[in-house]
Design a binder for this molecule. Structure first.
Ligand SMILES: Cc1cc2nc3c(=O)[nH]c(=O)nc-3n(C[C@H](O)[C@H](O)[C@H](O)COP(=O)(O)O)c2cc1C
Length: 184
C-alpha cells in the first residue's frame, strides 16, 4: 500500500485516529492506495534492548502484533504516524512500537520513505511529542512532509479544531502531489 496511517492511541476512534484519517482523505479521494491502522487493542511488547536484532535484522520478540504492522510500514511510501500527548510526549503504546523498530534500523529498512508526524493534546505538549516522532523518522531516514498537531480532550473534539483540520488538508494534498504527479 502507498500510504499508511498509524494511530498510537488506545482510543480506537479517538482524536489521533481522527486527525490521522483527515490527512489520509485527499489521497483516498484521489484513488491512492491507503490503509489506516490503530494500535488500540494491539499487543505491542516493549523492546528488550537485547541487541539480537543487529544480527537478525528483525525483532526477536514473537507472539505480538508488532511484526505485521512493521511490515506494513516497510511496504508503504508515506507514513502518517500519530500519538495522543501523554505527559508532554508520545503515549507508551506508540513508544513501544517505535522502540522495536531498532530492528529495522541496522540496514535502514525504512529509508527513503516520507513521514508525517501527528500529535493531539488537550492543552500542551504536542510540540515535544512531534519532536519524538520526528526523531524516529529522522533516525530511519524518512523525509518529512510536515507535522500536524491538534487540540482536543474528549473523543472527537479535535474535529472542532479548524486549524488542525485545515493543516491536515494541506499535508494530505502534499501526499497527493507526491504520489500522483501531474504530467502536463
Ligand atoms: C495519561 C494521559 C496523559 C495526558 N497528558 C497530557 C498532556 O501532557 N498534555 C495535554 O495537553 N493533554 C494530555 N492528555 C490528554 C490527551 O492528550 C487528549 O485527551 C488527547 O485528545 C487524547 O487523544 P486520543 O483521543 O487520540 O487518545 C493526557 C491524557 C492521558 C490519558
Amino acid at each position: 500500500m502507498k500510504v499508511l496511517g498509524l494511530s498510537g492511541s488506545m482510543r480506537k476512534d479517538g482524536n489521533t485516529a481522527l486527525l490521522v484519517k483527515e490527512i489520509l482523505k485527499p489521497g483516498e479521494a484521489a484513488g491512492i492506495e491507503t490503509e489506516f491502522v490503530s494500535l488500540a487493542g494491539k499487543k505491542i511488547l516493549p523492546c528488550l534492548g537485547c541487541g539480537k536484532c543487529k544480527e537478525k535484522k528483525w525483532c526477536v520478540i514473537e507472539g505480538d502484533d508488532w511484526g505485521a504492522i512493521a511490515q506494513k510500514m516497510i511496504d508503504c511510501e508515506v507514513l502518517v504516524i500519530g500519538s495522543p500527548v501523554y505527559y508532554y510526549d508520545v503515549c507508551g503504546q506508540l513508544k513501544n512500537f517505535i522502540d522495536r523498530t531498532y530492528s529495522l534500523y541496522h540496514d535502514r529498512k525504512l529509508a527513503g520513505r516520507r513521514g508525517i508526524a501527528v500529535a493531539v493534546n488537550a492543552s500542551a505538549g504536542a510540540d515535544r511529542a512531534v519532536k519524538t516522532i520526528e526523531g524516529f523518522l529522522n533516525s530511519h531516514e524518512l523525509a518529512s512532509l510536515g507535522a500536524v498537531t491538534g487540540k482536543g480532550f474528549t473523543e472527537g473534539e479535535v474535529m472542532d479544531d479548524d486549524n488542525a483540520m485545515a493543516h491536515a488538508k494541506v499535508v494530505g494534498d502534499k501526499i497527493v502531489r507526491l504520489l500522483r504527479p501531474r504530467h502536463d
